[in-house]
Design a protein around this ligand. Structure first.
Ligand SMILES: NC(=O)CC[C@H](N)C(=O)O
Length: 366
C-alpha cells in the first residue's frame, strides 16, 4: 500500500513550499528539480542513469497506472533521486506488469511525493529555472529542511558520470562480428548498446576512466561516447581521452553527454541551460536532409551556439525547432558526429534511429 495518508513536503531552494502526500520510501531526499513532458515510458525514464542527482516532476497527471516490469529498464535500478507527481498510482493494470510503482520505488529507496499541483510547479520552474529541492515525509520543520537543502551541491560543476559508469568491462554481441565498437560508459542507457549490437556490432563497454591505451588494446573500428549525468565541464579526464582517440581518425558517435564532450574536445564550451529539455516530444530539424524528427531528450546542459558557429572544423547538423539550440554536430576533418538528443528513444518515437545506421555505415566505409 502507498503511504498516501502520510503528509510529505517539497521545499525549493527559492523558499517555495508545496505540501503533498508521501509515496515510495518514507524519508528525505535532495537533488536538482527538473521535469519531463513525456506522457508515457516512466520506468525507462526513472532508470536512465543521466537522471542521477535529479528529482523529477512528471508532467503527466497519472503515473504508475501500468505498473512496472523488469524488461522496461535502462539500467540496473532507479536512478532518479526522487519523484514528484500529481497522481502517483499504486493500482496498476497491465498483464505483463510484475509490481506497482509504489513497491518499486520502495524497493529502490526512492522518496517521492504526490498530490502536488505539478502544473503550477512546472510553470514555476520554467520561469525561475533549475534549482535544488528537498522532499521529506519525515521532517516537517521548514527551517530544518532549509538547513539540509543548503548542504546540497549545485549541478553546475558536478562530476557524476564516473559514479554510475560500469566498474568492470563487459562485452555484448557476436564475438565473430566484423565490426567492433568501444563504448566509453558515462552512464549508458541499455538500449543504446542494444541498438549497436542489433546492427551486427560486437561491443565492449569500458568504465568512464579507462585509459586510451586500454581502449586501443581492443582495436575497435569505432568509438561510442555515451550519455550520462552531471556537468560535462567537470570531466577533464574524459575530454583528454576524447582528444586522444580523435587522433586515430576512427568513426566516433556521441549521444547527449557524449555530444557535449565531443564539443569540449574541440574547444567548444558547454553551459548550464535555464531548465533543460526532458521528454519525448521535442522537434528537431536535420538540416542536412531538411527533415523533422520528434525526439527523446534529457539534458540540462548545452553546447555554446556561437562557439559552434564560429568553429572552422565543426558543422551543425541538427537544430531544436523550439528554441534553435544546437542538437547535432559533425567534424569536417574527421568521421565523428554527435547528437544532443536520444536516438535510442526508450521511451519515445523511433524517428532518429537512422543515426545508428549512419554510424555503422561510417565504420564500414572507413
Ligand atoms: N542525457 C545526458 O547524457 C545528459 C547530459 C548532461 N548530464 C546534461 O544534463 O546535459
Amino acid at each position: 500500500m502507498p503511504n498516501s495518508q502520510q503528509p510529505a513536503v517539497l521545499l525549493l531552494a527559492d523558499g517555495n513550499v508545496f505540501h503533498g502526500k508521501a509515496f515510495g520510501k518514507i524519508g528525505t531526499t535532495t537533488g536538482e528539480i527538473c521535469f519531463n513532458t513525456g506522457m508515457t515510458g516512466y520506468q525507462e525514464v526513472f532508470t536512465d542513469p543521466s537522471y542521477s542527482g535529479q528529482i523529477l516532476i512528471m508532467n503527466n497527471v497519472h503515473v504508475g497506472n501500468y505498473g512496472v516490469k523488469d524488461a522496461d529498464t535502462e539500467s540496473n535500478g532507479v536512478k532518479i533521486r526522487g519523484l514528484i507527481g500529481r497522481n502517483l498510482e499504486d493500482k496498476f493494470s497491465r498483464y505483463q506488469a510484475t509490481d506497482s510503482l509504489d513497491a518499486y520505488l520502495k524497493a529502490n529507496d526512492i522518496v517521492s511525493i504526490e498530490a502536488i499541483d505539478t502544473r503550477a510547479l512546472v510553470s514555476h520552474i520554467r520561469t525561475k529555472g533549475a534549482m535544488n529541492c528537498i522532499i521529506s515525509s519525515e521532517i516537517s520543520d521548514i527551517e530544518q529542511l532549509k538547513a539540509e537543502l543548503a548542504k546540497v551541491p549545485d549541478m553546475d560543476g558536478l562530476e557524476l558520470a564516473s559514479l554510475v559508469s560500469t566498474k568492470e568491462e563487459y562485452e555484448v554481441g557476436d564475438t565473430d562480428a566484423s565490426i567492433k565498437i568501444a563504448v566509453l560508459d558515462f552512464g549508458v542507457k541499455r538500449n543504446i548498446i542494444t541498438c549497436l549490437a542489433a546492427r551486427g556490432a560486437y561491443v565492449r563497454v569500458h568504465p568512464a576512466k579507462t585509459s586510451t591505451s586500454r581502449l586501443k588494446e581492443f582495436n575497435p573500428d569505432g568509438y561510442f561516447i555515451s550519455n550520462g549525468p552531471g556537468d560535462p565541464a567537470a570531466m577533464p579526464y574524459a575530454v583528454e581521452t576524447l582528444k586522444e582517440i580523435l587522433k586515430e581518425n576512427k568513426p566516433l558517435f556521441g549521444i547527449c553527454l557524449g555530444h557535449q564532450l565531443l564539443a569540449l574536445a574541440n574547444d567548444i564550451p558547454t553551459f548550464k541551460m535555464h531548465h533543460g529539455h526532458r521528454g519525448l516530444n521535442h522537434p528537431v530539424k536535420n538540416i542536412i536532409t531538411g527533415q523533422c524528427e520528434i525526439t527523446t531528450q534529457n539534458h540540462g546542459f548545452g553546447v555554446l551556439p556561437e562557439a559552434v558557429r564560429n568553429h572552422p572544423n565543426v558543422e551543425i547538423t541538427h537544430v531544436n525547432l523550439n528554441d534553435n539550440s544546437i542538437e547535432g554536430i559533425r567534424l569536417k576533418d574527421k568521421p565523428a558526429f554527435s547528437v544532443q538528443y536520444h536516438p535510442e528513444s526508450t521511451p519515445g518515437p523511433h524517428d532518429s534511429r537512422y543515426l545508428f545506421d549512419d554510424f555503422i555505415n561510417m565504420i564500414k566505409a572507413n
